[in-house]
Design a protein around this ligand. Structure first.
Ligand SMILES: Cc1cc2nc3c(=O)[nH]c(=O)nc-3n(C[C@H](O)[C@H](O)[C@H](O)COP(=O)(O)OP(=O)(O)OC[C@H]3O[C@@H](n4cnc5c(N)ncnc54)[C@H](O)[C@@H]3O)c2cc1C
Length: 459
């Protein structure tokens, strides 16, 4: 472990509006702790930044001390960051302002804002953003990686709807980034990850969506094959206003898990339809024909969609990973169910496939480094890792899923669902990655900014 340049780092303290936390300081464990509790982050220092000036001062100090800077809001995707002993962890959660412009249908948010705050503020004006399933995910990290929401098939990735950002580049300069200012950076931050600059404020479009028809149907896991095949066939018939996923769920018998899920193994279909009740019910009929044990579909406020996917309610020790599939054929499902179906003993809480296409399809949207997902479905699997034995079991199960679905893997992978990089599947086509590399070289030639997914990393 390199020696921590303490005097240099301590010179940062009086320059900050926020705070510098060093190993051994009070609050050290809270400051370095990620949402992913299984990741034990041990950086050289933590800066709890409050302003763009704090970020600039941190970058200047890091350069002077020969350190790197890793920006992080919630730490949902902390796993791929790797060792941080030569790195200042720059936590952004104190940069938490949210401004909604209802006239222009725009949100302008600080780097540490999570989706719950945007959804609640936007809903007051009859608007909604392109939030993912979990409302405690950071808006900036999610959007830099693409942003796959419940409105993805109608509106594309969240990154497509970024209109401007304030960033601090590795040289410590605070810059406005939009279509007219720093257009290369503006392109890179829309889906190309967080390696190019540290975002201090993000501006993006909101949409007049107040209520949708949304819910889930659940069946015993024994019916997985029949249900997943029916759902897969159904996805070929639905309009782009419907975004859905199919999943295998195994809930542990814990008190914290509400009934009727506690201790159960289920197959589920979740969907959000921007349709009225009558049209949505007609569309859902082929799924209802399978007589689900529980059917929660109902008119749902857009801001309440974070309840749908049953994501963990707070920081969790977990491991997960994902990739994309070209198809979900009978053979694909057979391969998956052979290792994760009713007969298998699998330590994964969820194995899920999200339906892509629509506005996510290549060519449907343009603008940023990643403006589409070139696959038919994206897969994410994850499990709880409370100790070394459960972590090993979860990682082995993730390896098995990887291996059996390899024949159907798409050429590119999705950044946000990648928590175990290094499998050699790129996040974008070669020409996009070349341009991302050139922009990184122009703005951060000494690689001071450390992203969870560096440009040349892959799944
Ligand atoms: C329970 C759960 C549910 C999820 N649901 C969805 C979903 O529905 N759709 C989806 O697309 N994804 C989803 N994700 C994945 C999620 O989008 C990624 O994990 C994303 O990276 C999280 O962003 P964050 O800022 O919360 O995490 P962090 O770990 O804080 O940040 C991830 C990375 O983003 C970059 N970054 C963060 N802040 C900045 C900044 N200010 N400047 C520059 N770079 C920055 C950094 O490189 C950082 O390492 C989910 C993840 C979990 C664990």
């Amino acid at each position: 472990m390199p020696a921590i340049p303490l005097p240099g780092l301590q010179s940062l303290r009086p320059r900050l509006e926020g705070s510098l936390v060093l190993p051994g300081d009070p609050g050290w464990d809270a400051a370095r702790s990620a949402w992913q509790l299984a990741v034990d982050q041990r950086p050289a220092a933590v800066v709890l930044a409050r302003s763009a000036a704090d970020v600039a001062a941190t970058l200047e100090t890091a350069r002077a001390c020969g350190l790197r800077v890793a920006p992080q809001s919630s730490g949902h995707n902390a796993a791929p960051l790797g060792p941080l002993d030569d790195t200042i962890l720059l936590r952004t959660f104190e940069m938490a302002h949210v401004h909604i412009d209802p006239e222009r249908r725009l949100a302008r948010v600080g780097a540490g804002v999570v989706w719950a705050e945007v959804s609640a503020a936007a809903a007051k004006h009859g608007l909604a953003g392109l939030a993912g399933t979990a409302s405690d995910v950071g808006v900036v990290g999610y959007t830099l990686g693409g942003g796959l929401s419940w409105f993805a098939r109608s509106h594309g990735l969240a990154a497509n709807h970024v209109t401007a950002a304030t960033v601090v580049t590795a040289d410590g300069r605070i810059r406005r980034v939009d279509a007219w200012h720093e257009p290369d950076l503006f392109w890179a931050i829309r889906g190309g990850g967080g390696a190019h600059a540290i975002i201090t404020e993000l501006e993006f479009a909101l949409f007049p969506i107040t209520e949708v028809y949304a819910g889930a149907m659940y069946w015993p896991l024994e019916r997985a094959e029949e249900v997943l095949k029916r759902w897969r066939d159904w996805t070929a018939t639905v309009p782009d206003s419907v975004t859905s996923l199919g999943r295998l769920l195994r809930f542990p018998p814990l008190q914290e898990i509400p009934q009727p899920f506690r201790g159960r193994s289920l197959v589920a279909v979740e969907a959000v339809a921007q349709l009225d009740r009558e049209a949505a019910d007609a569309l859902l009929a082929p799924l209802r024909e399978l007589a689900p044990e529980l059917d929660t579909f109902a008119p749902t406020p857009a801001a309440a969609l974070d309840m749908l996917h049953l994501d963990p309610p707070g920081p969790t020790p977990a491991a997960g990973d994902g990739f994309q599939l070209t198809e979900l054929s009978d053979e694909t499902l057979a391969a998956l169910l052979a290792v994760a179906g009713p007969g298998a003993d699998v330590p994964l809480l969820t194995i899920e496939a999200r339906h892509l296409g629509g506005a996510l399809a290549p060519g449907a949207r343009s603008g940023g480094a990643v403006s589409s997902l070139d696959a038919a479905f994206t897969v994410f699997s994850g499990g709880i890792t409370v100790d070394a034995a459960s972590a090993a079991a979860v990682h082995t199960a993730l390896d098995v899923i990887d291996r059996v679905l390899a024949p159907w893997r798409a050429r590119t992978s999705y950044r946000n669902f990648t928590e175990r990089p290094g499998h050699g599947i790129a996040f974008e086509p070669d020409h996009v990655r070349r341009r991302l590399r050139q922009i990184k070289q122009a703005y951060d030639p000494h690689d001071v900014i450390k992203a969870n997914h560096p440009i040349d990393s892959s799944r």
